[in-house]
Design a protein around this ligand. Structure first.
Ligand code: MTE
Ligand code: MO
Length: 238
């Protein structure tokens, strides 16, 4: 490990330390109006800046062997698995918005016709569990270039069929392991796990992997997210 690496790790540990002092989710009403809360938000903003500065677009998230895959996978959403939205892949379209030249909506077959990338990576949920899976699909960087997205914009935002939403920074969106996943274990995604298209971004925590995407936009206006707006750290690198 080089001294620079060690220094980076130290800062990263400090930044993560700031995160771990926060409650995992739902803050109480008292928290919301208190000075402590304002302090937490200031710390989160600072933490995001530090994490963003330390992000190396060339460093890959760990990859795993096929025998390490978690099977069956583990479901998570803000509702029970029986409530997962069922989207018809035949009529499905992914709508585009914001700073994108060609906003023609995308069908599943059109997405499948773009170059595909497969990887075995780990998804880490803030609830304290992790799974390893093989997701494949279109690199988000390829897709954004293909549709003429303004890559100088700050954010890529996502809306889902179940009302969930999230957003990521442009450098993470352009990371080579960030994909619009269409398949899990070489078969089309199933409804609870994000069919027909989900974001799979191994450099971020699980909640920044929105499932069943219906809308993607490129913007400079901070889009927030379902959990992010309830106090979760927005950057949330993993
Ligand atoms: N549309 C949608 N996407 C979502 C969520 C959700 O509630 N709705 N939950 C997130 C959370 S908290 C996690 S940990 C992962 C879980 O993905 P999995 O069900 O494939 O394990 O999905 C993320 N994406
Ligand atoms: Mo999660």
């Amino acid at each position: 490990m080089t001294p620079t690496n060690r220094r980076n790790l130290m800062f990263r540990a400090m930044a993560l330390g700031a995160v771990t002092t926060l409650p995992a989710c739902k803050m109480t009403e008292a928290d919301n109006s208190s000075l402590t809360d304002q302090f937490k938000h200031a710390m989160l903003a600072w933490d995001d800046k530090v994490q963003e500065a330390l992000f190396d677009p060339h460093t890959l998230a760990p990859t795993f062997r096929p025998d390490q895959i978690t099977n069956p996978p583990r479901f998570n959403a803000f509702y029970d698995i029986s409530q997962a939205p069922v989207v018809d892949p035949a009529t499905y379209t992914l709508a585009l918005g914001g700073q994108i030249q060609n906003k023609t909506p995308w069908s599943v077959s059109a997405l499948n016709a773009l170059p595909q990338h497969s990887q075995i990576t780990r998804l880490i949920c803030v609830e304290g569990w992790r799974v390893i899976g093989q997701w494949s699909g279109v690199r988000l960087s390829d897709f954004l270039r293909h549709v003429g997205a303004d890559l100088t914009c700050k954010y890529v935002s996502f809306k889902c069929a179940d009302g969930y939403y999230s957003s990521i920074d442009m450098p993470s969106a352009l990371h080579p392991q960030t994909i619009l996943a269409l398949n899990f274990l070489n078969a089309p995604l199933t409804p609870p796990f994000g069919a027909p298209v989900r974001l799979r971004i191994p450099v971020k925590l699980g909640f920044k992997n929105p499932k069943s995407l219906v809308h993607l936009a490129v913007t400079n206006v901070y889009p927030g997210g379902y959990w992010e707006d309830q106090g979760y750290d927005w950057y949330s690198g993993s």
